[in-house]
Design a protein around this ligand. Structure first.
Ligand SMILES: Nc1ncnc2c1ncn2[C@@H]1O[C@H](COP(=O)(O)OP(=O)(O)OP(=O)(O)O)[C@@H](O)[C@H]1O
Ligand SMILES: [Mg+2]
Length: 353
Protein backbone atom coordinates (compact mmCIF):
# COMPACT_ATOMS: atom_id res chain seq x y z
CA UNK A 1 0.00 0.00 0.00
CA UNK A 2 1.41 3.43 -0.86
CA UNK A 3 1.92 6.01 1.86
CA UNK A 4 -1.17 8.19 2.26
CA UNK A 5 -2.19 11.03 4.56
CA UNK A 6 -4.83 9.75 7.00
CA UNK A 7 -8.22 11.41 7.17
CA UNK A 8 -8.91 13.92 9.93
CA UNK A 9 -11.41 11.53 11.54
CA UNK A 10 -8.98 8.62 11.64
CA UNK A 11 -6.28 10.91 13.07
CA UNK A 12 -8.69 12.03 15.77
CA UNK A 13 -9.71 8.46 16.53
CA UNK A 14 -6.07 7.50 16.95
CA UNK A 15 -5.63 10.39 19.39
CA UNK A 16 -8.85 9.39 21.15
CA UNK A 17 -7.29 5.98 21.78
CA UNK A 18 -4.91 7.66 24.19
CA UNK A 19 -6.87 10.63 25.49
CA UNK A 20 -10.28 9.01 25.87
CA UNK A 21 -9.79 5.68 27.51
CA UNK A 22 -13.19 5.45 29.17
CA UNK A 23 -16.16 7.68 30.11
CA UNK A 24 -14.25 9.08 33.08
CA UNK A 25 -11.64 10.46 30.66
CA UNK A 26 -14.38 12.43 28.86
CA UNK A 27 -15.60 13.82 32.17
CA UNK A 28 -12.05 14.81 33.10
CA UNK A 29 -11.49 16.64 29.80
CA UNK A 30 -14.84 18.45 29.89
CA UNK A 31 -14.50 19.50 33.52
CA UNK A 32 -10.96 20.72 32.90
CA UNK A 33 -12.24 22.80 29.98
CA UNK A 34 -14.92 24.31 32.22
CA UNK A 35 -12.31 25.21 34.85
CA UNK A 36 -9.95 26.68 32.27
CA UNK A 37 -12.89 28.86 31.18
CA UNK A 38 -13.10 30.27 34.71
CA UNK A 39 -16.36 28.55 35.69
CA UNK A 40 -17.65 28.97 39.23
CA UNK A 41 -20.20 26.21 38.79
CA UNK A 42 -19.79 22.88 37.01
CA UNK A 43 -22.74 20.50 36.67
CA UNK A 44 -22.09 16.99 35.49
CA UNK A 45 -24.84 14.53 34.56
CA UNK A 46 -24.32 11.02 33.27
CA UNK A 47 -26.39 8.05 32.19
CA UNK A 48 -25.36 4.46 31.66
CA UNK A 49 -22.00 4.92 33.35
CA UNK A 50 -21.30 7.77 30.96
CA UNK A 51 -21.58 5.54 27.88
CA UNK A 52 -25.10 6.71 27.03
CA UNK A 53 -24.71 10.30 28.11
CA UNK A 54 -22.28 12.74 29.68
CA UNK A 55 -23.38 16.34 30.03
CA UNK A 56 -21.20 19.07 31.53
CA UNK A 57 -22.64 22.54 32.00
CA UNK A 58 -20.53 25.47 33.14
CA UNK A 59 -20.94 29.20 33.69
CA UNK A 60 -17.52 30.07 32.32
CA UNK A 61 -16.45 32.45 29.56
CA UNK A 62 -18.18 30.60 26.74
CA UNK A 63 -16.86 30.15 23.21
CA UNK A 64 -17.45 32.89 20.61
CA UNK A 65 -19.65 31.57 17.78
CA UNK A 66 -16.92 32.10 15.20
CA UNK A 67 -14.56 29.88 17.23
CA UNK A 68 -16.90 26.93 17.72
CA UNK A 69 -15.70 25.16 14.54
CA UNK A 70 -12.12 25.63 15.76
CA UNK A 71 -12.96 24.22 19.19
CA UNK A 72 -13.75 20.87 17.57
CA UNK A 73 -10.75 20.96 15.22
CA UNK A 74 -7.53 19.23 15.99
CA UNK A 75 -4.57 21.27 17.22
CA UNK A 76 -6.73 24.31 17.89
CA UNK A 77 -6.47 25.79 21.36
CA UNK A 78 -6.82 29.16 23.05
CA UNK A 79 -4.45 28.11 25.83
CA UNK A 80 -1.00 27.84 24.34
CA UNK A 81 1.04 30.20 22.23
CA UNK A 82 4.49 29.11 21.21
CA UNK A 83 6.04 28.26 24.56
CA UNK A 84 5.24 24.71 25.51
CA UNK A 85 7.16 25.11 28.77
CA UNK A 86 4.90 27.81 30.09
CA UNK A 87 1.64 25.94 30.69
CA UNK A 88 -0.74 27.53 33.15
CA UNK A 89 -4.01 25.90 32.15
CA UNK A 90 -5.21 22.33 32.54
CA UNK A 91 -5.60 21.86 28.79
CA UNK A 92 -3.11 22.91 26.12
CA UNK A 93 -3.01 20.20 23.44
CA UNK A 94 -6.11 21.22 21.51
CA UNK A 95 -7.23 17.68 20.95
CA UNK A 96 -9.79 16.69 23.60
CA UNK A 97 -12.95 17.87 21.83
CA UNK A 98 -12.00 16.63 18.33
CA UNK A 99 -11.01 13.28 19.88
CA UNK A 100 -14.32 12.99 21.72
CA UNK A 101 -16.23 14.07 18.60
CA UNK A 102 -14.56 11.37 16.53
CA UNK A 103 -15.84 8.53 18.71
CA UNK A 104 -19.25 9.79 19.90
CA UNK A 105 -22.12 12.16 19.18
CA UNK A 106 -20.91 15.48 20.58
CA UNK A 107 -22.91 18.68 20.89
CA UNK A 108 -21.48 21.95 22.18
CA UNK A 109 -23.73 24.84 22.98
CA UNK A 110 -22.07 28.02 24.15
CA UNK A 111 -22.66 31.67 24.80
CA UNK A 112 -20.22 34.41 25.69
CA UNK A 113 -21.14 37.35 27.92
CA UNK A 114 -21.61 39.76 25.03
CA UNK A 115 -23.40 37.38 22.63
CA UNK A 116 -27.11 37.91 21.99
CA UNK A 117 -27.79 34.20 21.75
CA UNK A 118 -26.09 30.87 22.16
CA UNK A 119 -24.76 28.86 19.24
CA UNK A 120 -24.51 25.14 18.85
CA UNK A 121 -22.23 22.83 16.89
CA UNK A 122 -22.44 19.06 16.63
CA UNK A 123 -19.93 16.38 15.70
CA UNK A 124 -20.99 12.81 14.96
CA UNK A 125 -18.30 10.22 14.56
CA UNK A 126 -16.04 12.96 13.25
CA UNK A 127 -18.56 14.69 10.95
CA UNK A 128 -18.97 18.34 11.92
CA UNK A 129 -22.37 20.03 11.51
CA UNK A 130 -23.13 23.61 10.58
CA UNK A 131 -23.59 26.16 13.38
CA UNK A 132 -27.13 26.76 14.58
CA UNK A 133 -28.62 29.17 17.09
CA UNK A 134 -29.76 27.75 20.43
CA UNK A 135 -31.07 28.94 23.77
CA UNK A 136 -28.67 29.00 26.71
CA UNK A 137 -27.30 31.16 29.47
CA UNK A 138 -23.75 32.39 29.50
CA UNK A 139 -21.32 29.52 29.57
CA UNK A 140 -20.95 26.22 27.84
CA UNK A 141 -22.92 23.01 27.72
CA UNK A 142 -21.25 19.96 26.26
CA UNK A 143 -23.18 16.79 25.63
CA UNK A 144 -21.59 13.48 24.69
CA UNK A 145 -23.93 10.67 23.64
CA UNK A 146 -23.18 7.10 22.64
CA UNK A 147 -19.51 7.23 23.54
CA UNK A 148 -17.40 4.81 21.45
CA UNK A 149 -20.28 3.99 19.10
CA UNK A 150 -17.87 4.80 16.29
CA UNK A 151 -15.12 2.58 17.76
CA UNK A 152 -16.90 -0.65 18.75
CA UNK A 153 -13.67 -2.39 19.76
CA UNK A 154 -13.06 0.19 22.50
CA UNK A 155 -16.67 -0.09 23.57
CA UNK A 156 -16.16 -3.79 24.27
CA UNK A 157 -13.51 -2.96 26.86
CA UNK A 158 -15.87 -1.00 29.10
CA UNK A 159 -16.38 -2.48 32.52
CA UNK A 160 -20.08 -2.06 33.12
CA UNK A 161 -22.13 0.78 34.44
CA UNK A 162 -21.15 0.59 38.09
CA UNK A 163 -17.42 0.51 37.49
CA UNK A 164 -17.55 3.34 34.94
CA UNK A 165 -19.78 5.44 37.23
CA UNK A 166 -17.46 5.03 40.13
CA UNK A 167 -14.46 5.97 37.96
CA UNK A 168 -16.36 9.12 36.99
CA UNK A 169 -16.98 9.90 40.65
CA UNK A 170 -13.28 9.48 41.43
CA UNK A 171 -12.27 11.81 38.61
CA UNK A 172 -14.66 14.53 39.75
CA UNK A 173 -13.50 14.25 43.37
CA UNK A 174 -9.87 14.41 42.34
CA UNK A 175 -10.39 17.62 40.37
CA UNK A 176 -12.81 19.16 42.87
CA UNK A 177 -10.27 18.98 45.69
CA UNK A 178 -8.02 21.37 43.78
CA UNK A 179 -10.83 23.88 43.10
CA UNK A 180 -12.63 24.46 46.42
CA UNK A 181 -14.17 27.73 45.24
CA UNK A 182 -16.02 26.02 42.40
CA UNK A 183 -19.34 24.34 43.00
CA UNK A 184 -19.54 20.83 41.55
CA UNK A 185 -22.58 18.60 41.18
CA UNK A 186 -22.57 15.10 39.78
CA UNK A 187 -25.75 13.19 39.10
CA UNK A 188 -26.27 9.88 37.39
CA UNK A 189 -26.42 7.03 39.82
CA UNK A 190 -27.28 7.43 43.47
CA UNK A 191 -24.09 5.77 44.52
CA UNK A 192 -21.89 8.38 42.91
CA UNK A 193 -24.04 11.44 43.45
CA UNK A 194 -22.02 14.44 44.58
CA UNK A 195 -22.92 17.94 45.63
CA UNK A 196 -19.94 20.03 46.59
CA UNK A 197 -20.86 23.61 47.52
CA UNK A 198 -18.43 26.42 46.79
CA UNK A 199 -15.98 26.95 49.65
CA UNK A 200 -13.62 29.79 50.42
CA UNK A 201 -10.51 29.81 48.27
CA UNK A 202 -8.14 29.40 51.19
CA UNK A 203 -6.74 26.70 53.42
CA UNK A 204 -9.96 26.37 55.43
CA UNK A 205 -12.00 26.06 52.28
CA UNK A 206 -9.66 23.44 50.96
CA UNK A 207 -9.97 21.43 54.15
CA UNK A 208 -13.76 21.66 54.05
CA UNK A 209 -13.76 20.49 50.44
CA UNK A 210 -11.46 17.62 51.41
CA UNK A 211 -13.84 16.69 54.23
CA UNK A 212 -16.72 16.55 51.74
CA UNK A 213 -14.73 14.21 49.56
CA UNK A 214 -12.87 12.11 52.12
CA UNK A 215 -15.41 12.10 54.94
CA UNK A 216 -16.48 14.45 57.72
CA UNK A 217 -14.05 12.82 60.12
CA UNK A 218 -11.04 13.47 57.88
CA UNK A 219 -10.05 16.89 59.34
CA UNK A 220 -9.97 15.45 62.87
CA UNK A 221 -7.63 12.75 61.66
CA UNK A 222 -5.43 14.83 59.42
CA UNK A 223 -2.00 16.40 59.71
CA UNK A 224 -1.22 19.63 57.90
CA UNK A 225 1.82 19.80 55.64
CA UNK A 226 3.67 22.95 54.74
CA UNK A 227 7.23 22.66 53.56
CA UNK A 228 9.54 24.30 51.09
CA UNK A 229 12.77 23.16 49.57
CA UNK A 230 14.78 24.77 46.79
CA UNK A 231 11.79 26.57 45.35
CA UNK A 232 9.40 23.62 45.55
CA UNK A 233 6.50 24.14 47.92
CA UNK A 234 4.43 21.35 49.44
CA UNK A 235 1.13 21.97 51.21
CA UNK A 236 -1.71 19.65 52.03
CA UNK A 237 -3.30 17.32 54.53
CA UNK A 238 -2.55 13.67 55.15
CA UNK A 239 -4.21 11.23 57.50
CA UNK A 240 -2.79 9.93 60.76
CA UNK A 241 -1.71 6.27 60.79
CA UNK A 242 -4.96 5.08 62.36
CA UNK A 243 -7.04 6.61 59.56
CA UNK A 244 -6.25 4.60 56.47
CA UNK A 245 -7.80 2.70 53.59
CA UNK A 246 -7.12 -0.58 51.87
CA UNK A 247 -6.15 1.17 48.64
CA UNK A 248 -4.47 4.40 47.62
CA UNK A 249 -7.40 5.75 45.55
CA UNK A 250 -8.10 8.55 48.01
CA UNK A 251 -4.52 9.82 47.88
CA UNK A 252 -4.66 12.94 45.76
CA UNK A 253 -1.66 14.71 44.34
CA UNK A 254 -1.53 18.01 42.45
CA UNK A 255 1.29 19.70 40.66
CA UNK A 256 0.64 23.40 40.11
CA UNK A 257 -3.06 22.70 40.58
CA UNK A 258 -3.16 19.86 38.07
CA UNK A 259 -4.33 16.47 39.36
CA UNK A 260 -1.60 13.93 38.66
CA UNK A 261 -1.19 10.24 39.21
CA UNK A 262 2.47 9.97 39.76
CA UNK A 263 4.15 6.77 40.86
CA UNK A 264 7.02 8.61 42.44
CA UNK A 265 4.72 10.71 44.58
CA UNK A 266 2.79 7.60 45.64
CA UNK A 267 6.06 5.84 46.45
CA UNK A 268 7.25 8.81 48.51
CA UNK A 269 4.02 8.77 50.54
CA UNK A 270 4.41 5.04 51.14
CA UNK A 271 8.02 5.53 52.21
CA UNK A 272 7.04 8.31 54.61
CA UNK A 273 4.61 6.03 56.40
CA UNK A 274 6.75 2.90 56.11
CA UNK A 275 7.54 2.78 59.85
CA UNK A 276 3.99 3.35 61.03
CA UNK A 277 1.73 1.56 58.55
CA UNK A 278 1.47 -2.07 57.45
CA UNK A 279 2.07 -2.57 53.74
CA UNK A 280 -1.59 -3.20 52.95
CA UNK A 281 -2.87 0.07 54.48
CA UNK A 282 -2.75 3.44 52.77
CA UNK A 283 -2.90 6.96 54.11
CA UNK A 284 -5.42 9.28 52.50
CA UNK A 285 -5.23 13.01 51.86
CA UNK A 286 -4.07 15.60 49.39
CA UNK A 287 -0.63 16.90 48.47
CA UNK A 288 -0.24 20.15 46.58
CA UNK A 289 3.12 20.76 45.00
CA UNK A 290 3.88 24.19 43.60
CA UNK A 291 6.97 24.88 41.56
CA UNK A 292 8.23 26.85 38.60
CA UNK A 293 6.41 25.35 35.55
CA UNK A 294 9.81 25.15 33.86
CA UNK A 295 10.91 22.55 36.42
CA UNK A 296 8.23 20.03 35.58
CA UNK A 297 7.16 18.51 32.27
CA UNK A 298 3.43 17.81 32.02
CA UNK A 299 3.59 16.95 28.33
CA UNK A 300 4.47 13.32 28.98
CA UNK A 301 1.25 11.58 28.01
CA UNK A 302 -1.87 12.85 26.19
CA UNK A 303 -4.00 12.34 29.30
CA UNK A 304 -1.64 14.71 31.18
CA UNK A 305 -1.84 12.73 34.41
CA UNK A 306 1.86 11.94 34.33
CA UNK A 307 4.53 14.46 35.13
CA UNK A 308 8.29 14.47 35.00
CA UNK A 309 10.17 16.53 37.53
CA UNK A 310 13.51 18.04 36.64
CA UNK A 311 14.71 16.86 40.06
CA UNK A 312 12.63 13.89 41.23
CA UNK A 313 14.90 13.28 44.24
CA UNK A 314 14.16 16.75 45.55
CA UNK A 315 10.39 16.20 45.36
CA UNK A 316 10.65 12.77 46.97
CA UNK A 317 12.77 14.12 49.81
CA UNK A 318 10.42 17.03 50.33
CA UNK A 319 7.36 14.76 50.61
CA UNK A 320 8.99 12.18 52.86
CA UNK A 321 10.54 14.85 55.07
CA UNK A 322 7.34 16.84 55.46
CA UNK A 323 5.13 13.85 56.27
CA UNK A 324 7.64 12.37 58.71
CA UNK A 325 8.06 15.67 60.45
CA UNK A 326 4.28 16.10 60.75
CA UNK A 327 3.97 12.59 62.17
CA UNK A 328 6.77 13.24 64.65
CA UNK A 329 5.33 16.58 65.76
CA UNK A 330 1.99 14.89 66.39
CA UNK A 331 3.80 12.31 68.49
CA UNK A 332 2.94 9.57 66.06
CA UNK A 333 6.43 8.61 65.29
CA UNK A 334 9.33 8.30 67.72
CA UNK A 335 11.61 11.20 66.93
CA UNK A 336 14.60 9.32 68.32
CA UNK A 337 14.23 6.19 66.23
CA UNK A 338 17.01 4.96 63.98
CA UNK A 339 15.68 7.06 61.14
CA UNK A 340 16.01 10.29 63.07
CA UNK A 341 19.15 11.14 61.12
CA UNK A 342 17.28 10.66 57.89
CA UNK A 343 14.46 12.84 59.12
CA UNK A 344 16.87 15.63 59.86
CA UNK A 345 18.23 15.26 56.36
CA UNK A 346 14.76 15.51 54.92
CA UNK A 347 13.69 18.47 57.00
CA UNK A 348 12.32 21.13 54.68
CA UNK A 349 14.87 23.71 53.86
CA UNK A 350 17.80 21.51 54.83
CA UNK A 351 20.45 20.78 52.27
CA UNK A 352 19.87 17.49 50.45
CA UNK A 353 21.68 14.62 52.15
N1 LIG B 1 -16.24 24.72 28.58
C1 LIG B 1 -15.57 25.57 27.79
N2 LIG B 1 -15.68 26.91 27.97
C2 LIG B 1 -15.01 27.78 27.16
N3 LIG B 1 -14.19 27.40 26.16
C3 LIG B 1 -14.04 26.07 25.93
C4 LIG B 1 -14.71 25.09 26.73
N4 LIG B 1 -14.38 23.88 26.26
C5 LIG B 1 -13.53 24.08 25.23
N5 LIG B 1 -13.32 25.40 25.03
C6 LIG B 1 -12.46 26.01 23.97
O1 LIG B 1 -12.23 25.03 22.98
C7 LIG B 1 -10.83 24.81 22.82
C8 LIG B 1 -10.61 23.36 22.50
O2 LIG B 1 -10.89 22.53 23.65
P1 LIG B 1 -10.08 21.17 23.83
O3 LIG B 1 -10.40 20.56 25.12
O4 LIG B 1 -10.27 20.34 22.60
O5 LIG B 1 -8.55 21.64 23.79
P2 LIG B 1 -7.71 22.35 24.94
O6 LIG B 1 -8.46 22.41 26.21
O7 LIG B 1 -7.22 23.63 24.40
O8 LIG B 1 -6.49 21.33 25.08
P3 LIG B 1 -6.57 19.79 25.59
O9 LIG B 1 -6.70 18.95 24.37
O10 LIG B 1 -5.26 19.64 26.28
O11 LIG B 1 -7.74 19.68 26.47
C9 LIG B 1 -10.18 25.31 24.09
O12 LIG B 1 -8.84 25.73 23.89
C10 LIG B 1 -11.11 26.45 24.49
O13 LIG B 1 -10.76 27.63 23.84
MG1 LIG C 1 -9.36 20.71 27.01
Amino acid sequence: MPIRQLSETVINQIAAGEVIERPASVVKELVENALDAGASRVEIATAGGGLNLIRVVDDGSGIPAAELPLAVSRHCTSKLSEDIHDIRSLGFRGEALPSIGSVSRLTIRSRTADAEEAMEIAVEGGRVSALRPAAANRGTQVEVRDLFYATPVRLKFMKGERAESSAIGDVVKRIAVAFPAVRFTLTGTDRTRLDLPAEADDEDGRLRRLAKVLGDDFPRNALALDAMREGVHLAGQVSIPSFTRANALMQFAYVNGRPVRDRQIAAAIRAAYADVLPRDRHAIGALFLTLDPGLVDVNVHPAKADVRFRDPGLVRGLIIGAIRQALAEAGMRPATSGTAGMMAAFRPGAAPA
